[in-house]
Design a protein around this ligand. Structure first.
Ligand code: PLP
Length: 395
C-alpha cells in the first residue's frame, strides 16, 4: 500500500476523506486507528526545545495525536482553516461567542437558537457588558435594520432548534460582513456534510459532536471551525480557556467520523419516510421538515443544503396535554430524552413560547420533535400507530 500524501488526501471526495483523514498507520505502529492518547506531561528532549516549546505536542491541554487527528479531518470536511475541540456542543457555542465578542459590543442572536445558548447571552455575556438582541429567524437581509455601530457578531442557526426555522445564511452573512461583524453559526443539524458554513460566509461554525459525529449517544463533544481570518483568535481563546475534551471522547468521535456519512444518509432517508407518513395522519396538523416541498424555508434549504438530517418536528391537531402524554408514554421504540443524532429513535414534546422573545410562536397545536434512528422504519410506524390509538382513546 502506498501512503497518501496530504495533497492527495485533500483531493478525495468527502466520503473517502472521512475514511482516510487523521490516520497514519506508520505513526500508529501499523494499527488502523489512532489510539486515545491520555496525558498531561509531554517530555522535551533538551533545554532549547523546552524553552521554545518547539515541538508538535507541548502539554495535555494543547492537543494530543488523537485530538489532532480529529481536528485535521473535521477541518478538511468543513472547508475551514482550523478546528478546536471542547467538551460539549454548548461549550463550543460559548467559545465561539467569547472569541467574537468584547465588553461594550452588541450581539444579534436568532430567536430560534438552541435555548441554553441564550442563557450564556442573558447571564454571563450580559454581566461582561455585551448586549444581546434576539431577532426573527426569517429576517434575511432585513437584519441590516438591527445592526448598530457596535454590533460585532451575528449568531445564526439553520434550521433553528425545535421549530426548525430556516435562515438565509448568505444574506445575513453579507450584511454582517459589510458592517465588519463576525458571523457565528450553530451547524449541528446539517453537519459539514449537508451544509458548508464557511462557503456561505460564516466565520465561526459550531457543531455539537455529541449528535451525529458521535452517533451512539455515548459521548459529549463540541467542535468550532474558523476561516483564515478568525482561526488565530479562536485558537488563542480556547488556549486561554484550557478546556480540552476527554481523550476517550475524542477517540470515540474519531471512530464515529468514519461512518458518519452512512448514518446521516440513512437517518435522512428514514426521517423523510416518517415525515411523509406523519403528514398523511389525521392527527397531524403540520410537519416541519425543511426538505418537504410545502415547508416554509424549503426553497432556501434546496438552494444551500446538500441533504437533511434525521431531526424534524410536527404539530398535532389540538388535543389535551393528557392525550399527548398518552401517546408518548405508550411508545416502545421511541425513547424520550434530550439530545439526538444517535442510532436510536427519540421523541420529545416542546414549547418554544417558553423562551422566545422576538417572535410569537403559535403553531396551532401541541408540538413534538423526532430524532429518527436506524430501526426498521415499518416498526417505527407501527409504534406510532399504536400510540395514536392511545391518543384517540385519551382525547
Ligand atoms: C445538542 C445541541 C447543542 C449542545 O450540544 P451538547 O454537546 O449537548 O452541549 C448545541 N446546538 C444544538 C443545535 C444542539 O442540538
Amino acid at each position: 500500500m502506498t501512503k497518501l500524501t496530504p495533497a492527495a488526501k485533500k483531493k478525495l471526495r468527502a466520503r473517502s476523506r472521512l475514511v482516510h483523514l487523521g490516520r497514519d498507520a506508520e505513526a500508529s505502529q501499523g494499527f488502523v486507528n489512532v489510539p486515545p492518547y491520555r496525558g498531561s506531561t509531554v517530555l522535551y528532549p533538551n533545554v532549547e526545545t523546552l524553552k521554545n516549546r518547539s515541538q508538535r505536542y507541548t502539554y495535555g491541554t494543547h492537543g494530543t495525536p488523537t485530538t489532532e487527528a480529529l481536528c485535521e479531518a473535521w477541518t478538511s470536511i468543513s472547508g475551514a482553516a482550523g478546528t478546536v475541540l471542547v467538551p460539549s456542543g454548548l461549550a463550543a457555542i460559548i467559545v465561539a461567542m467569547t472569541t467574537a465578542l468584547s465588553a461594550g459590543d452588541h450581539f444579534l442572536v436568532t430567536d430560534a437558537a438552541y435555548q441554553p445558548a441564550r442563557v450564556y447571552c442573558d447571564t454571563i455575556l450580559k454581566r461582561m457588558g455585551v448586549e444581546t438582541t434576539y431577532y426573527d429567524p426569517a429576517i434575511g437581509a432585513g437584519i441590516e435594520a438591527l445592526m448598530r455601530d457596535n454590533t460585532r457578531a451575528v449568531f445564526v442557526e439553520a434550521p433553528g432548534s425545535q421549530s426548525l426555522d430556516m435562515q438565509d445564511v448568505p444574506a445575513i452573512a453579507a450584511v454582517a460582513k459589510s458592517r465588519g461583524a463576525c458571523v457565528v453559526m450553530d451547524n449541528t443539524w446539517a453537519t459539514p456534510l449537508f451544509f458548508s458554513p464557511h462557503a456561505h460566509g460564516v466565520d465561526l461554525a459550531v457543531e455539537a459532536g455529541t449528535k451525529y459525529l458521535s452517533g451512539h449517544s455515548d459521548l459529549l463533544l463540541g467542535l468550532v471551525t474558523a476561516n483564515q481570518e478568525w482561526f488565530p483568535r479562536l485558537h488563542r481563546t480556547v488556549d486561554a480557556l484550557a478546556i480540552p475534551p476527554g481523550p476517550e471522547d475524542a477517540f470515540l468521535a474519531l471512530r464515529g467520523l468514519r461512518t458518519m456519512e452512512l448514518r446521516l444518509k440513512e437517518a435522512e432517508r428514514q426521517a423523510l419516510s416518517l415525515a411523509r407518513w406523519l403528514k398523511e395522519r389525521p392527527e397531524v396538523l403540520r410537519v416541519i421538515h425543511p426538505a418537504l416541498e410545502d415547508c416554509p424555508g424549503h426553497a432556501i434549504w434546496k438552494r444551500d443544503f446538500f441533504g437533511s438530517s434525521g431531526l424534524f418536528s410536527i404539530v398535532l391537531k389540538p388535543v389535551s396535554d393528557q392525550a399527548v402524554a398518552a401517546l408518548l408514554d405508550s411508545l416502545q421504540l421511541f425513547g424520550m430524552g434530550y439530545s439526538w443524532g444517535g442510532y436510536e429513535s427519540l421523541v420529545i414534546p416542546f414549547d418554544c413560547t417558553k423562551y422566545r422573545t422576538a417572535t410569537r410562536w403559535a403553531p396551532g397545536g401541541p408540538t413534538l420533535r423526532f430524532s429518527v434512528g436506524l430501526e426498521d422504519i415499518e416498526d417505527l410506524k407501527e409504534d406510532l400507530d399504536r400510540g395514536f390509538v392511545r391518543l384517540a382513546a385519551a382525547a
